[in-house]
Ligand binder design. Structure first.
Ligand code: ADP
Length: 339
């Protein structure tokens, strides 16, 4: 998957370049900067001393020394002063300049911390969305694997409204197969676990749900159901029907070119369920269309699987931004889409 959001210590990450949230002097500091210098050893500081500092929004590159990466890209994020002082543009520039430097040095994988979101005070949710938007834009024209490393879980906050909505949807639809009834998502929010509402002794069928949300069987699904095509052929037909290009489709699905190639050329290649769903999101398929696409590789969506229910929520709400979906999956401790 070209863009991964992971929770880890960036100094322990094995990839070609890691990005440092540095200050203008480039002579080391606290936070991630301190951690990177400590792990890289004194030679990193020696090289940094030769660089003559760095402007806010710009980036410079050094070797990685004792780190697991070949390069460290030092970028200086803006200090948050309320949002009216060009902070967003400067932060975007940090990501763009760092990615351009990585590309110039032939890096195929780069990891970013959430720049400016620590001591520099940029609100973490906004810092994350700037990171995701800017990196995705770059990835549209470039092949690279990029990691956004989120150190603390709180940094990865989807909006409260979306979180509440998804929680409610899981509450209403999660079917615990051991008991055959639905249970609350007490795991995420113990305070909302009201015993009165605990376990409803009925099941909502997917079809019923689709009807509730006004999804009516459509011509496309009719047409596809009559054909016995495999995944690759179905995918190509859908791409054609939706009027997008193949590249647009796999980029939007956050799927790598290599995976796309395997799907199209290796006869026995079976994509993961996760990848199939990523394509469904990229193609903006309905719930029924998604189920059809999944069925071509023998998968289905289940009511006893939180991941599936979250996907169902987004399909029914026609929210197809894969990064919003991934942020939500991450928040609910589920694997993200893509491969
Ligand atoms: P800035 O001065 O740009 O705000 P900070 O280093 O204070 O930089 O924080 C940037 C982000 O890096 C914060 O979200 C912080 O939680 C995170 N961070 C700190 N240490 C690490 C680490 N070892 N790996 C990844 N992220 C880290």
């Amino acid at each position: 998957m070209p863009l991964h959001i992971i929770r880890q210590d960036i100094t322990k990450l094995k990839c070609e370049a890691i990005v440092n949230a540095a200050n203008n002097t480039l002579l080391g500091g606290g936070g991630v900067d301190g951690a990177i210098h400590k792990a890289a050893g004194g030679k990193l500081l020696e090289e940094c001393k030769t660089l003559g500092g760095c402007d806010t929004g710009d980036a410079k590159i050094t070797k990685g020394y004792n780190l697991l990466c070949k390069y460290v890209i030092h970028t200086v994020g803006p200090i948050w002063r309320g949002g009216q002082f060009n902070e967003k543009a400067l932060l975007e520039s940090c990501y763009r300049k760092s990615l351009t430097l990585a590309k110039l040095h032939g890096c195929e994988s780069v990891a970013f911390p959430l720049i400016s979101s620590g001591v520099y005070g940029y609100p973490k949710d906004r810092a994350l969305s700037v990171a995701v938007d800017t990196i995705s834009e770059f990835l549209f024209d470039n092949e690279m694997t990029v990691y956004i490393v989120v150190f603390d879980k709180e940094a990865y906050e989807i909006s409260e409204e979306l979180f509440d909505d998804v929680t409610e949807y899981i509450d209403d639809n999660y079917l615990d197969e051991r008991f055959g009834w639905q249970t609350k998502t007490e795991h995420y929010n113990p305070s909302c676990f009201d015993t009165e509402g605990e376990g409803r002794y009925y099941k909502i069928d997917c079809q019923e749900l689709a009807e509730m949300f006004g999804e009516v069987p459509n011509k496309l699904i009719d047409m596809l159901s009559k054909m016995d095509d495999n995944f690759a052929v179905t995918l190509l037909k859908l791409i054609d029907i939706k009027g997008i290009t193949e590249v647009e489709c796999y980029k939007k699905a956050n799927v790598s070119k290599q995976t796309w190639y395997k799907i199209m050329n290796e006869k026995n290649y079976k994509p993961s369920k996760n990848t199939v769903i990523a394509f469904a999101i990229a193609l903006e398929l309905s719930l029924e269309e998604t189920k059809h696409l999944l069925s071509t590789v023998g998968f289905t969506l289940s009511k006893s699987n939180k991941f599936d229910i979250i996907i169902e929520y987004f399909l029914l709400n026609k929210e197809y931004n894969i990064f919003t979906i991934n942020e939500t999956l991450f928040k609910f401790d589920q694997v993200c889409l893509g491969m």
